[in-house]
Design a binder for this molecule. Structure first.
Ligand SMILES: CC(C)(COP(=O)(O)OP(=O)(O)OC[C@H]1O[C@@H](n2cnc3c(N)ncnc32)[C@H](O)[C@@H]1OP(=O)(O)O)[C@@H](O)C(=O)NCCC(=O)NCCS
Length: 209
């Protein structure tokens, strides 16, 4: 549970190490995307990359608990959200704008595709390419971040009339958030994620704005 305030801001090139830290802490190695992919996203659509950062109101008791538990050495990193240094990135959401949603194919939603080849600021479909929160900052964080980020991106890009993304069949917390926000399942990409022996399905989720 993150205590204290959280703030959303644009990601910048200097955030790439923090983005990759969140990426590696949140996804299995076979699913993680590369720093080049994130750099291309930031470059193609700077407005579509958002950082969630820890605020300055970290609770002193939480910091003490964290230090006592040995989760952080100096009270400025590690541990729970309340123990994080103000301004430290604890989550990200990246997005692109597409002309239209692709047919439900693995190529259409390929991980690691170049945003610069698909992003069109005049398009009508907001594609959420990734979204994650550091494990120690989870619990009452992701849903609020996702909703605010989506509201922000749609308000800034009023042509958007549809939001689309894929989710791993086993990412229960994420699916719970998306279902609660009114997203519908509109397709399945069998064995899309190359994890485990047989791989895992990706579920396509969509919502009209
Ligand atoms: C998805 C993620 C950002 C959520 O962050 P979070 O801070 O835990 O989110 P919240 O606590 O605000 O919301 C999670 C919701 O899922 C629920 N939940 C958690 N685990 C669950 C599970 N195994 N099954 C069903 N629901 C679950 C929580 O109870 C909560 O629901 P509520 O708000 O109705 O109580 C975080 O888990 C994460 O980064 N996961 C790894 C990356 C990922 O899956 N990204 C999604 C890419 S599509």
């Amino acid at each position: 549970m993150v205590r204290g305030t959280l703030r959303i801001r644009r990601a910048e090139a200097r955030d790439l190490p923090a983005l990759m830290n969140i990426e590696r802490a949140s996804f299995a190695p076979e699913i993680q995307e590369s720093e080049e992919t994130f750099a291309d996203r930031l470059n193609a659509f700077p407005g579509g990359a958002l950082i969630l950062e820890a605020g300055s109101e970290g609770n002193r008791n939480d910091r003490e608990d964290c230090r006592r538990a040995g989760n952080c050495s100096n009270g400025s990193n590690g541990g729970n959200g309340g123990c994080r240094r103000s301004g430290e990135p604890v989550g990200y959401l990246t997005a692109e704008i597409w002309d239209k949603a692709p047919p439900p194919s693995a190529e259409g939603y390929r991980l690691g595709h170049r945003a610069s080849e698909r992003h069109n600021p005049e398009g009508r479909v907001l594609y959420i390419s990734s979204f994650a929160v550091l494990p120690e900052a989870r619990g009452g964080t992701g849903r609020a971040f996702f909703c605010e980020a989506l509201d922000l991106l749609c308000a800034e890009n009023p042509k958007i009339d549809r939001v689309v993304f894929i989710v791993h069949e086993q990412w229960r917390a994420a699916r719970h958030i998306y279902e609660g926000c009114g997203f519908q399942y509109t397709g399945v990409l069998p064995s899309f994620f190359k994890d485990g022996d047989a791989g895992s399905d990706a579920l396509i989720m969509e919502k009209k704005r």
